[in-house]
Ligand binder design. Structure first.
Ligand code: KG4
Ligand code: ZN
Length: 341
């Protein structure tokens, strides 16, 4: 039986990217527009929530228009409007939500609220309209979501059927990258800065801890962050210059080792067909290479543009809700769909 066709406009404003995209059938990207606020927040060394919401307000209309124009489609051609409902910054989420509600009401389209993490998972199904499709991931699969706010291991048994195996007990992986970058005086966002600084560094220069938290699928990165802080303090108190490349490389290796080892252990324990890595930290070169080289199972990692926040993933995930659930065009009260929390 073939699945119904549907074109969905997705909107994402959960953090510091204002994004809109048009995706059909949960897979085909017709357009994906992203306005990043990174340069603005870099001045503060992290996301400044008040500024973020104000920037979303400024950018949202043009971004939605851009996504529709680039897709050569009209709002009337859409079957539904999807929007990130959470988790994220409250003041930022509400901007996307209000835009989506306004559009849904005006165009009489169903409105679908999407969990941001679910969006990251579904980024692995997507491909641009002008390329040929890859095989969709096969269930059951294991997803490692590593972003600025999350480090989660999620077993996906089928479409929309999730079991959260574990998550971060303290700092998320991306948060640890951002905080350690700040310690080393590297620019925000910390992940790409640490990756760049690591290029000529020795991964064994410092033996930073790898918290395996045996017997759980949880993560903890505050220990490694504190270990970097203590090392920096000790070097500074001795008047020594900071070996930034070695510190960055040793830190990155410690985080990647834990992420790769635990993900592969969980994939074996749950006997899955495939591994997916998603979220901003999955853009990390060392993580991508190590996961691919160590796993005996197929590993799906989205292209860089789909690892960080975007709206195509929101429109993509929404399709699988759209074909399974009832959405009335007049119902703009977004139903709480929080299958992952
Ligand atoms: O998924 P994302 O764009 O936004 C959230 O939902 O949080 O993830 C942002 C996070 C930031 O912490 C950033 O430092 C990290 O992803 N990140 C990276 C890399 N690129 C982005 N971390 C490590 N290596 C990278 N290349
Ligand atoms: Zn994200």
């Amino acid at each position: 039986m073939s699945l119904p066709t549907a074109r969905i406009l997705g909107i994402e404003t959960s953090c510091d990217e204002t994004a809109a995209a048009v995706v059909s059938d949960g897979r085909v990207i017709h357009s994906s527009a992203v306005a990043s606020q990174i340069d603005l927040h870099a001045e503060y060394g992290g996301v400044f929530p008040e500024l973020a919401s104000r920037e979303h307000v400024k950018a949202i209309y043009a971004i939605v228009e851009q996504a529709l124009n680039q897709s050569h489609l009209n709002i009337r051609d859409m079957d539904a409007i999807a929007v990130t409902q959470g988790p994220g910054l409250a003041g930022s989420l509400v901007v996307g939500m209000n835009m989506a509600k306004g559009l849904a009401l005006a165009a009489q389209k169903p409105l679908i609220g999407i969990n941001h993490l679910e969006g990251h998972i579904y980024s692995s199904w997507l491909y641009p309209a002008d390329t040929s499709p890859h095989q969709p991931p096969r269930f059951p699969l294991l997803t490692l979501i590593v972003s600025g706010g999350h480090s989660e291991l999620i077993l996906v048994k089928d479409h929309l059927d999730y079991e959260r195996l574990g998550g971060t007990l303290d700092d998320a992986a991306g948060e640890a990258f951002d905080k350690v970058a700040r310690l080393l005086d590297l620019p925000y966002p910390g992940g790409p800065s640490i990756q760049k600084a690591s290029q000529n560094g020795n991964t064994n220069a410092f033996a930073f801890p790898r918290a395996m938290l045996e017997g759980t699928w949880d993560f903890s990165f505050s220990g490694v962050k504190t270990a970097v802080l203590r090392t920096v303090e000790s070097l500074q108190s001795q008047g020594k210059p900071l070996p930034i490349a070695d510190l960055a490389a040793s830190f990155q290796a410690a985080v990647v080792d834990v992420l790769v080892e635990k993900t592969i252990m969980a994939a074996e324990a749950y006997d899955v067909h495939e591994i997916i890595i998603a979220g901003g930290v999955s853009a990390n070169k060392r993580l991508r290479e190590k996961m691919l080289s160590q796993s005996t199972l197929p590993v799906h990692i989205p292209p860089l543009s789909l690892c960080t926040d975007n709206a195509a993933m929101i429109a993509g995930a929404a399709y699988f809700h759209y074909i399974k659930e009832d959405f009335s065009p007049m119902d703009i009260d977004v139903k709480p769909t929080w299958p992952l929390s």
